[in-house]
Design a protein around this ligand. Sequence first.
Ligand SMILES: Nc1nc2c(c(=O)[nH]1)N(C=O)[C@@H](CNc1ccc(C(=O)N[C@@H](CCC(=O)O)C(=O)O)cc1)CN2
Ligand SMILES: Nc1ncnc2c1ncn2[C@@H]1O[C@H](COP(=O)(O)OP(=O)(O)OP(=O)(O)O)[C@@H](O)[C@H]1O
Length: 183
Amino acid sequence: MDKKKLRKQIIEKRVLLSDQEVSIKSKIISKKIENLTIFKDSENIAMYYPFKKEVNLLPLFNKYKLQKNFLFPKTLGKTMKFHKASSLDHFVKGNFGIMEPTEDRFENEIDMFLIPGVAFSPYLYRIGYGGGFYDRFIENINYKTILCGISFDLQVVDNLPIEKHDQRLDMIITNKEVYINES
Ligand SMILES: Nc1nc2c(c(=O)[nH]1)N(C=O)[C@@H](CNc1ccc(C(=O)N[C@@H](CCC(=O)O)C(=O)O)cc1)CN2
Ligand SMILES: Nc1ncnc2c1ncn2[C@@H]1O[C@H](COP(=O)(O)OP(=O)(O)OP(=O)(O)O)[C@@H](O)[C@H]1O
């Protein structure tokens, strides 16, 4: 199946989750993230503001926002930059109707990326909404970091179509599994 078809199919499946299911499954995922040593050790963490029934990590943000720097994506043309957000009040609706941070751009190294997506594979690949934003951003990271995909179990498929530019993640956390690159 091609990327476009699979994207549509998974989005259609995910939209059927009730708000309560999204909330319960998101809590399970948040708990797993919190328990990771890498999360505990990370000072600067890339987050995202959920839209269209993505896993909601905002309660995790609220819990740790005084202890860590959380960075949120802001798109400009084909590029994406990360900006600090210290409160959920500091967002405005931006491109694609996604809430974007209004605070300053974050210029330092990011220890851990919590990455949204539409579909993921157990082999640690992901596809997003089709903008190529994360792929291009990840390609340009020139320091050591951890790339962690965040997904409901229903978004994981074995036969994910991948292309040369698709960037592999270090781990994927779902409400049912944790997939890790052991190498
Ligand atoms: N919460 C969240 N924020 C994020 C992302 C994300 O996946 N989730 N992004 C991750 O990249 C960036 C935004 N990327 C996006 C790219 C395309 C569309 C979009 O709506 N595209 C069109 C066409 C899609 C297609 O042709 O398949 C559409 O759906 O109408 C939305 C967001 C930055 N912020
Ligand atoms: N590293 C890259 N360099 C140049 N173009 C790229 C790169 N990565 C992706 N693209 C282009 O971006 C477009 C979308 O790519 P793709 O379908 O893989 O996005 P996606 O993974 O679904 O999106 P996102 O990363 O925003 O969630 C494609 O036309 C692709 O050629």
